[in-house]
Ligand binder design. Structure first.
Ligand SMILES: Nc1ncnc2c1ncn2[C@@H]1O[C@H](COP(=O)(O)OP(=O)(O)O)[C@@H](O)[C@H]1O
Ligand SMILES: [Mg+2]
Length: 445
């Protein structure tokens, strides 16, 4: 249910409840008031009639009675009726007619039974008949009805104003949420330049500030990412150019000389001068030796030299020895399963350990560093844990080391998590490298 609909339902419920309560109270009040008024009017009427009857003044009693009845003409609540001895109406006064009478249902709801009072006639009047006063509630009820209409009108106006104002406020209050939705979908499409409208309710200001800060940070991170990407690309380009130069300068001349020597040997053999072929064959052996040496140096640049010579466990052992020598105050522990991973996962694992170790030592100042490598046949799990100062919260700008580690792990379809240790101190670097046939072909590291 939308906020607007919920609000409309709540306000309508309050309105209905107020109407029901107000209606009950008003009904009770009007009924009591009509009764009291009628009783009072009858009492006043009886007094007036009695006073007029006292004052006989020698006039004709029949005329005097008729005048007394006529005096009640135009009264709002009381009608005077003169009845003959046989009960026939001899004369009666005219009530004042209500200007706007109440509907009949309302009258019968609140009027109650009509009240009468007989006026006792002094001696000279008695043979003339009986004088009765009747209370008539029509005027009183009409007054209550018009009061009720006015009150209901005011209430309806009040509630429609409250409803309108609540809708208007909600619509305005929700506008920033719509803005936020639009801004988030633009962020989703990669547009990090989007910012929220600063003209916003103060309650929503933290939301706006948070969103803008997030967009700024995303923008900065994208720029940084792009820089790092460019750095990595240019490094790769440089590496490739250097390799090409090495192969061209150091291997190509030997290949050429091998070709030339082989051609000469064939010539010597066809000329029957086999003994002259021997030095050329020696030269070929020498060239091949040179090329092997160069090839090995190229391979060492492509993959860490120790990996080729010692395998992953040996290479990491070597790395630890290197650091133990320089930082005897730090304890290095190594736990590694026997199954050494295949290239390129071994090289990725080695690079992760190498960078994590040097980060821990350079930035964390730890007492101990733990390296764990497990191979469960499905994936290689590499974990480097230190107990140093940990990543400075919010202030750790990812540098080239972390970025290239991430790149390497991503290139073999793995997952890298770098986080502060949940046990308090230090950093945990965890890499999960899935073992797939295809990873061997994807990227030589
Ligand atoms: N083990 C660690 N302990 C503390 N801080 C670390 C650790 N590893 C990384 N950091 C923080 O992360 C930052 C980025 O690391 P990195 O990308 O390797 O760049 P660099 O080592 O060249 O500074 C470091 O400058 C450092 O602040
Ligand atoms: Mg580093």
């Amino acid at each position: 249910m939308s906020i607007q609909r919920r609000l409309a339902v709540s306000i309508t419920l309050v309105l209905l409840l107020s109407l029901a309560l107000g209606g009950a109270l008003t009904y009770w009040h009007v009924v009591a008031k009509v009764r009291t008024e009628m009783r009072a009017a009858l009492a006043v009427g009886a007094q007036t009639a009695a006073k007029a009857l006292d004052n006989t003044g020698g006039t004709d009693p029949a005329k005097q009675l008729a005048r007394i009845v006529a005096e009640f003409d135009g009264d709002r609540h009381v009608r005077a009726v003169l009845l003959g001895a046989n009960g026939a109406i001899l004369a009666q006064s005219e009530l004042l007619r209500p200007e706007a009478p109440a509907p009949r249902w309302f009258f019968s709801l609140v009027a109650g039974p009509s009240a009468q009072a007989a006026v006792s006639l002094p001696g000279p009047f008695q043979p003339l008949g009986r004088l009765e006063l009747e209370a008539d509630a029509h005027n009183e009820v009409a007054e209550a009805w018009s009061d009720l209409l006015l009150t209901s009108g005011i209430m309806a106006l009040f509630f429609s104003m409250v409803l309108g104002l609540a809708f208007w406020t909600i619509r305005h209050a929700l506008r920033p949420v719509q803005d936020l939705r639009g801004a988030l979908s633009r962020i989703g499409t990669g547009d990090y330049t989007v910012r929220m409208n600063p003209d916003i309710y103060s309650e929503l200001e933290p939301l706006r500030a948070g969103f803008d800060a997030m967009a700024e940070r995303l923008e900065a991170m994208r720029a940084q990412n792009q820089d790092l990407h460019e750095q990595i690309l240019s490094l790769q380009e440089e590496e490739r150019a250097e390799l090409a130069r090495d192969l061209h300068d150091d291997v190509a001349p030997f290949l050429f000389s091998v070709g030339a020597d082989a051609a000469m040997i064939r010539q010597f053999l066809s000329d029957g001068a086999a003994q002259q072929a021997a030095p050329r064959a020696d030269s070929i052996v020498e060239s091949v030796r040179h090329m092997q040496k160069h090839l090995k140096s190229v391979l060492r640049r492509l993959a860490p030299e120790t990996l080729i010579d010692l395998g992953l466990a040996g290479a990491i052992d070597n790395l630890c020895d290197f650091w133990r020598l320089r930082r005897p105050d730090i304890t290095f522990s190594l736990e590694i399963t026997e199954d050494s991973p295949e290239p390129p996962l071994d090289a990725v694992a080695f690079r992760v350990v190498q960078e994590s170790l040097s980060n821990a030592i350079r930035h964390g100042n730890p007492k101990s560093v733990q390296i764990r490598i497990r191979n469960d046949g499905q994936q290689i799990t590499v974990q480097v844990t230190d107990d140093g100062s940990g990543l400075a919260q919010g202030r750790t700008a990812p540098g080239f080391g972390l970025a290239s580690m991430r790149e390497r792990v991503k290139a073999v379809g793995g997952r890298l998590v770098i986080e502060n240790s949940p046990r308090g101190r230090g950093v945990i670097v965890s890499a999960e490298l899935p073992i797939r046939e295809s990873t061997r072909l994807e990227q030589p590291v």
